[in-house]
Design a protein around this ligand. Structure first.
Ligand SMILES: Cc1cc2nc3c(=O)[nH]c(=O)nc-3n(C[C@H](O)[C@H](O)[C@H](O)COP(=O)(O)OP(=O)(O)OC[C@H]3O[C@@H](n4cnc5c(N)ncnc54)[C@H](O)[C@@H]3O)c2cc1C
Ligand code: SF4
Length: 459
């Protein structure tokens, strides 16, 4: 046991661990009983159990153990903010560096995927098979589809856009390479999952005429858009439009007639927001050759909502921060395209409902910054796309479900992921898909819907 040694850094971060590096790092794990890392993982991955297998050099077995709980370890290991989840809870981290659980999981997933057989024998008899539809193709729906298809129930995933994967399809490739998502989708196709693209579902009830149960995994990717003068000028983009135009598969049709964005050479880019998607945007601007990538945020660094690691990395890559600054207006020299940002300085006042100190404008402190492009990363909301609005939605437009089962008030309709919780994480959305799939099986086995949907219901 070599816990005092520092965490093993991968030889090349983008390549991940080699076998020797992974074994070295696994060797530091104390394999705790009642491990806190496991409790902190939204998927409840059995971390000490699979790390034990890895320590013995059995990477395939480690992968098999992870797959008992996680439908997509090759994706979660790359995207989870581990310092807030499993690694943040690692007992070793109290005194030394926590185990690099994310890097190890990525190593195991990349090795295991090559050998793992996804074509399992269907568990149900043909006459007992049910037909299911999953609306949206983000991690929640993909996890739902995988779990039920593995049991032999055919699932059709219905996506309104031409590219599959939900937010995963336009997450920066320096975080999730496109081929990792493509390989995951291919494994689902091999299992028998069917995909329909370019179809926007407007009614869950209509789908129930053709399917025995429906899962709504429609996400929360409508960008929040505050009323700021000049927000409609050319060159002022939502973070969704910006990232989709950069990362969307160019061989698919981009939504909303957007055009691919391939270079920002020599341009000054201002990004507003302090969360992880704001960091994705400024880091992307740097990679596209922007001469300046500025991040404006209305609170200070200690009160930024996103991952500290992302902020540190952005700084190291050359992003400049204008903290305690909020937008007042966007201006244009030619009345068409943005050329200047007008901001006001802020100071921190009393804590607000989130517990963070609220930003208060400082009088007579406006200042101007020249820019060529503005990206707004103020957060995301759920769209109220369904006809069954009043039955399905909470006053905040989230889909009503029993959190233990994923069952909505409409019999046969489950939901999970960001459309239920509001913007969250890939692993949390995947877990919601797994839970809903397990409860769909209970429904098919005769569990009354009142039990599944009741808020008092507990397993
Ligand atoms: C820029 C950005 C970066 C992020 N980075 C990270 C990260 O690094 N790590 C992390 O853990 N999380 C990250 N997240 C959050 C994470 O991506 C989401 O929590 C997760 O994707 C939610 O999954 P989901 O399945 O609920 O929905 P989504 O991934 O949003 O997928 C929903 C899908 O449903 C489709 N859809 C919507 N309505 C309909 C309809 N009526 N009919 C048919 N299809 C429909 C949408 O087109 C979309 O494809 C990020 C989010 C954003 C926006
Ligand atoms: S799924 Fe995410 S939180 Fe869970 S063990 Fe893997 S990296 Fe950690």
């Amino acid at each position: 046991m070599r816990n005092p040694i520092p965490r093993r850094k991968p030889g090349q971060i983008s390549q991940g661990y080699t076998l020797a590096e992974a074994l070295d790092e696994a060797d530091r794990c104390l394999v705790c009983e009642n491990a806190r890392c496991e409790a902190a993982c939204p998927l409840h991955n059995q971390i000490p159990r699979w790390i034990s297998a890895l320590k013995q050099g059995r990477a395939d077995e480690a992968y098999r153990i992870i797959r008992e709980t996680s439908p997509m370890p090759e994706i979660c290991s790359r995207l989870c903010p581990q310092e807030r989840l499993c690694e943040g809870a690692c007992g070793l981290g109290i005194k030394y560096e926590s185990i690099a659980i994310g890097q190890l999981e990525r190593f195991v997933a990349d090795v295991g995927l090559k050998n793992f057989k996804t074509k399992e024998q269907p568990i149900v008899q043909p006459q007992q098979r049910k037909r299911l539809a999953a609306v949206g193709s983000g991690p929640a729906s993909l996890a739902f589809a995988q779990n039920l298809q593995l049991q032999g129930h055919p699932v059709t995933v219905i996506e309104r856009w031409s590219r599959l994967g939900g937010v995963l399809s336009w997450i920066p490739h320096f975080k999730l390479p496109a081929e990792v998502l493509d390989r995951h989708l291919e494994s689902l196709r091999e299992l028998g999952v069917r995909f329909q693209t370019g179809v926007e579902v407007r009614s869950a009830g209509e789908l129930l005429k053709n399917y025995d149960a429906v899962f709504l995994g429609v996400g929360a990717s409508r960008p929040s858009s505050p009323k700021i003068p000049g927000i409609k000028l050319g060159g002022v983009l939502s973070s969704t439009e910006f990232l989709v135009r950069v990362y969307y598969d160019p061989s698919s049709t981009l939504p909303n007639q957007w055009q691919p964005l391939t270079s920002l050479k020599g341009q000054r880019v201002g990004v507003f927001g302090g969360g992880d998607s704001a960091m994705d945007c400024v880091r992307t601007a740097i990679r596209l050759g922007a001469s300046e990538a500025l991040c404006f945020y209305r609170r200070d660094e200690a009160n930024m909502p996103g991952s500290k690691k992302e902020v540190r990395t952005a700084k190291a890559e050359g992003v400049k921060f204008q903290l305690l600054a909020a937008p007042r207006a966007f201006h244009s020299r030619d009345s068409r395209t943005v050329s200047q940002i007008e901001c006001i300085r802020m100071e921190l006042g009393a804590p607000d409902s989130s517990g963070r100190r609220s930003p208060v404008p400082v009088k007579n402190s406006t200042f101007m910054t020249d820019v060529d492009l503005v990206v707004l990363a103020f957060g995301y909301e759920v769209e109220d796309a369904f006809e069954e609005k009043s039955d399905l939605l909470t006053p905040k437009n989230l889909i009503k479900t029993n959190p233990v089962t994923g069952a909505t008030p409409i019999p046969g309709v489950f939901a999970g992921g960001d459309c239920v919780t509001g913007p969250s994480l890939v692993c949390a959305a995947a877990y919601a898909g797994v839970v809903a799939a397990q409860n769909a099986l209970r429904y098919f086995n005769g569990e009354p819907w009142e039990n599944l949907a009741s808020l008092e219901y507990a397993d």
